[in-house]
Design a protein around this ligand. Structure first.
Ligand code: PMP
Length: 432
């Protein structure tokens, strides 16, 4: 994924100005004058400030799983704010919504007797999980275990830990000689024998945890190679390395199970989540923590340590109320099993696309996540821009890939129409 748009050339060297809002992950001179300002959302469709209607084929940043502007979630937020906007969860304080959401998430978690730490998003969740991993080994008297491993091409948000463990180099560069947080290392994203070699080279006594997206998202929609996740779990167990699954994209149904850990039969030590927990209706993320990690912090003794982490909005009551309403919608409307059907539809459409379009070199589907990789004659940014002109949002990712991850509420026909639009954009760009 390059974040600059080669279609736009800025050659004058002048400092440009524009709105006061500094966009995220943006080459600003390429963005100015062509921002897509979204003003309304309804289900799977968006309307821009200049009146264009767009199919949200990526569910925003893989978050709008139940679609946009759902009245039940709006009502949950409204009612909660009228009763109590929030109260913090530091020390002996808590709020009823955060407690209820904790119970609900623990019951869904892909591990027994999980505890739940809440915060504001995916990057936050990664910071918490990495800190808890290091804290765990210090408390065990094995403080040399500090290195956090992550996979090549990984994306774990952009806070300090996420930046340091990024597998996409452009997200790591420019913040220090190597990274912000010392003691991190990358492992092969698909070859378990190479992961084993890296562990041997670094020494298991220096490794705290491995963080892995079960299906890499920003790295190009890469489902795990056969046996890879099982291999990670085996190595983690053999070498006393904690396994942290980053389910910020895959959590809450995107793979046809509540968590991808369940789809692939993995029992992680921690799971990070965000996005789908509220379908983006409120900023909320968190970490599911397995019992062997939390129990030492719950021992009835004056010597029991405190996990020194927290933030004002951890367990935000309105965000939690919205999450509970979102889980109600997911469950009542059967959206997680629906994803399993949508996976079949998307796979059939993308297989057809690959057969018909020479420029498509690879397609990957896992759950309702699709990646379409193009050959070097095409530029994915241009194809994505053309798709937007046709009324369909897709997003350029690493590996000259396009991201397809619509909301779970779409019809089979809408998936067919979406892939047809992407095919038209590819065909037109192939002829330029
Ligand atoms: N982990 C993964 C796998 C992600 O895809 C993302 C966001 N795309 C994050 C972490 C960071 O989440 P947030 O943007 O909510 O901080």
């Amino acid at each position: 994924m390059t974040l600059t748009d080669p279609a736009i050339s800025t050659t004058t060297g002048a400092v440009l100005d524009g709105p006061a809002l500094w966009s995220a992950q943006a080459h600003m001179p390429s963005v100015l004058g062509r921002q897509l300002v979204i003003e309304r959302g309804e289900g799977s469709y968006l309307t821009t400030a200049d009146g264009q209607r767009l199919f949200d084929g990526t569910a925003g940043l893989w978050h709008a799983n139940i679609g946009h502007s759902h009245p039940e979630l709006a009502r949950a937020a409204h009612e909660q704010m009228l009763r109590l906007e929030t109260y913090h969860v530091f020390g002996r304080y808590a709020n009823d919504q955060a407690l209820e959401l904790g119970e609900r998430l623990a019951a869904l978690a892909p591990m027994e007797r999980a505890k739940v730490i809440l915060n504001s998003g995916g990057s936050d969740a990664i910071d918490v999980a990495c800190k808890l991993a290091r804290r765990h080994w210090q408390r065990e008297g094995r403080g040399s275990k500090q290195i956090i491993l992550s996979r090549e091409h990984a994306y774990h948000g952009l806070h300090a830990y996420g930046t340091s463990i990024a597998g996409l180099d452009f997200n790591r560069e420019g913040y220090g000689t190597e990274s912000l947080v010392p003691e991190t290392a990358r492992v092969s994203a698909d070859d378990i024998a190479q992961v084993e070699q890296t562990i041997a080279r670094l020494g298991a006594d220096s490794i705290a945890a491995i963080v892995a997206e079960p299906i890499q998202g920003t790295g190009g929609v890469n489902p795990p190679a056969d046996g890879y996740l099982e291999g990670l779990q085996r190595l983690a167990r053999e070498h006393d390395i904690l396994l942290i699954l980053d389910e910020v994209i895959t959590g809450f149904g995107r793979t046809g199970e509540m968590f991808a850990a369940q789809r692939y039969g993995i029992e992680p030590d921690m799971v990070t989540f965000a996005k789908g927990v509220t379908s983006g209706y409120a900023p909320l993320g968190g970490v599911l923590v397995a019992h062997r990690l939390w129990e030492p912090f719950y021992v009835d003794s004056p010597d029991t340590p405190v996990f020194r982490h927290g933030a004002t909005y951890a367990g935000h009551a309105t965000a939690a109320a919205v999450a509970l309403a979102n889980l109600d919608v997911l469950e009542r409307d059967g959206l997680v099993p629906r994803v399993r059907e949508l996976e079949q539809v998307l796979r059939a459409q993308l297989d057809g696309l690959q057969q018909r379009q020479e420029a498509v070199v690879d397609v990957r589907v896992a759950g309702f996540l699709g990646g379409v990789s193009l050959d070097e004659r095409l530029v994915n940014e241009r194809v994505a821009d053309r798709a937007v002109e046709l009324g369909f949002i897709t997003r350029p990712l690493r590996g000259n890939t396009l991201q397809l991850s619509p909301p779970f509420i779409v019809s089979d026909q809408e998936v067919v129409n979406y892939v047809a639009a992407i095919e038209q954009a590819i065909a037109e760009e192939s002829q330029r």
